[in-house]
Design a protein around this ligand. Structure first.
Ligand SMILES: Nc1ncnc2c1ncn2[C@@H]1O[C@H](COP(=O)(O)OP(=O)(O)O)[C@@H](O)[C@H]1O
Ligand SMILES: [Mg+2]
Length: 260
């Protein structure tokens, strides 16, 4: 059994406003613990696999020692959409009854900008590049960095596009060994230490227990007909990528040198 990692479950009490920056229309939602959360709705166009990626990649990043806002499960009763004048939001919330993924809202956080890279040491930059190469995250580009600077530190958000090969019919066959050339577009590549400098320490933190726990945190509701088999596929994919020698780390380092 993987080490326990229990995500808190909170209940949505009020839909506050939509965050329209990206594509999935997450909502700022208040919960019954009086907290404010950024909710990724299960009924959004990206489908429930985006929520799986949010939890699995988010918790793996945390296990690797990177900063990620607390992830909780948000139980949504569609009635909270009743007061919403926007039919698009109504439809989204109505299609998302039950558990959704939510990140603790960081008040006053600023978006990371490559032009003025605050809060990022070369070491942290290398760690984030390494991590995004591991989970094949296509959404950390200069135009769409999905990083916030909060109280002087870098925080990672929005892992919905990670593990993108899980959308393919053949998943997970061959997926772990497939190249990830998109790492060349990573927003932190120009600021990163050599990736091999962080490789062993980060891989050492992502033990089989850590991988198992991140995958076990995904609720059955977001998976298909055979949740145990689907969980196994994520574990297999990640363990294969994490096995030495880690081709993704070498690929990321090659991309970094190409930039230098
Ligand atoms: N935990 C958070 N704290 C503060 N702001 C956030 C947080 N999560 C997301 N945001 C803001 O909301 C925007 C959209 O969220 P994001 O997770 O990137 O969703 P998507 O890109 O799929 O629409 C982000 O670009 C950021 O400005
Ligand atoms: Mg985003």
């Amino acid at each position: 059994m993987p080490a326990a990692l229990t995500l808190r479950t909170v209940r949505a009490t009020r839909y506050v406003l939509p965050l329209r920056e990206g594509g999935s229309m997450p909502g700022l939602v208040e919960a019954d613990d009086d907290g404010l959360y950024v909710v990724k709705f299960r009924g959004a166009g990206q489908g429930p696999k985006a929520l799986v990626a949010e939890v699995v990649a988010g918790e793996l990043a945390r296990a690797a020692g990177l900063r990620v806002p607390e992830i909780v499960l948000m139980d949504v009763d569609p009635v909270i959409a009743a007061a919403e004048p926007d039919p698009e939001i109504q439809e989204l919330v109505q299609g998302s009854g039950g558990l959704n993924a939510a990140l603790d809202f960081l008040p006053g956080a600023l978006p990371f900008t490559p032009a003025a890279p605050a809060g990022v040491s070369a070491h942290v930059a290398a760690a984030v590049v390494w991590f995004d190469a591991l989970v094949a995250n296509v959404d950390r580009t200069p135009r769409n960095p999905n990083m916030l600077v909060w109280h002087g530190n870098l925080w990672l958000i929005d892992h919905g596009a990670a593990l993108y090969r899980h959308h393919a019919a053949a998943w997970p066959e061959g997926a772990a060994a497939a190249p990830f050339p998109q790492i060349a577009d990573h927003a932190l590549l120009p600021f990163a230490d050599p990736i091999d400098r962080v490789d062993a320490a980060l891989a050492g933190r992502l033990t089989p227990e850590a991988v198992g726990a991140a995958v076990a945190a995904v609720p059955d509701l977001w998976l298909g007909r055979d949740p145990p088999a689907e969980r196994d596929a994520y574990v297999t994919y990640l363990q294969e990528r994490l096995a030495a020698p880690r081709a993704f780390a070498a690929e990321a380092e090659e991309a970094r040198r190409g930039r230098a």
